[in-house]
Design a binder for this molecule. Structure first.
Ligand code: ADP
Ligand code: NI
Length: 214
């Protein structure tokens, strides 16, 4: 039963997000889903809840819906149309509504399953994949690779976080390099280490090349 619901959720997400250009396409979901299962196993979290929350987490993204509420309503209806227990439904919705980064202003995760899925989503924002996504997202919103005249912002509201001005490279300092320190689970922290290191190395190279040193 559970594996059938997971398969249906995969199908639904594939249809809804395929070709999405801002970094929330099906393959982002696929990676977060795989990572969530890996971390759930290490942390003893419920695999079904983690799978479902990972698969559905971006269906509700406010950037892809008319509002945050409309997005949550979409997930809620889908869950009601499939045989999910009321307790599981509440749990999955709670995780998804707490997921977004929002410039660092969102509240913490309440359950181990929430911590696992949030770690999986954050891991997909760092490392080799994270670097690719930051540049893809920048192109999507028409933002520059880098501009030394646009300062890195340290504190920002959710609106400022979304609306810039920023650059792809600034985004590393405004978000990506902070994620290692925000990981919830032990295994998530471990996986974040190498990905973080790769970004540091990448930025070193980037600035050397920028100044024509290398
Ligand atoms: P969240 O909702 O968790 O803040 P997003 O959905 O905004 O994350 O981000 C999707 C992907 O795009 C992530 O990999 C993120 O790092 C990247 N991204 C988000 N905002 C920017 C930005 N201003 N510049 C470059 N990349 C960004
Ligand atoms: Ni995501």
């Amino acid at each position: 039963m559970e594996s059938k619901i997971i398969e249906e959720a995969q199908q639904y997400v594939k249809e809804t997000l395929s070709g999405e250009g801002s970094g929330h396409d099906w393959w982002h979901i696929y990676r977060v889903y795989k990572l969530a299962i890996t971390i759930a196993e290490k942390e003893g979290a419920d695999r079904f809840i983690c799978s479902m929350a990972a698969l559905l987490h971006d269906i509700a993204d406010e950037k892809l819906n008319s509002s945050e509420e409309a997005g949550m309503q979409k997930v809620s209806s889908w869950l009601s149309d499939h045989k999910i227990t009321p307790a599981d439904k509440i749990h999955i919705l709670e995780i998804i509504s707490s997921m977004s980064f929002k410039g660092g202003n969102s509240q913490g995760m309440q359950t181990i399953e929430g911590k696992v899925v949030q770690d999986a989503d954050r891991l997909d924002a760092i490392g080799a994949i994270g670097i690719a996504r930051a540049f893809a997202y920048s192109g999507y919103i028409g933002q520059l690779i880098y501009d030394p005249e646009i300062p890195v912002r340290s504190q920002m509201t959710k609106e400022e976080y979304r609306n810039g001005p920023s650059t792809a490279i600034n985004h590393f300092y405004e978000k990506l390099l902070t994620l290692k320190g925000r990981m919830n689970t032990e295994h998530g922290k471990k996986l974040a280490e190498a990905r973080h290191q790769l970004m540091e190395t990448y930025l070193d190279e980037f600035f050397h090349e920028w100044e024509g040193i290398k």
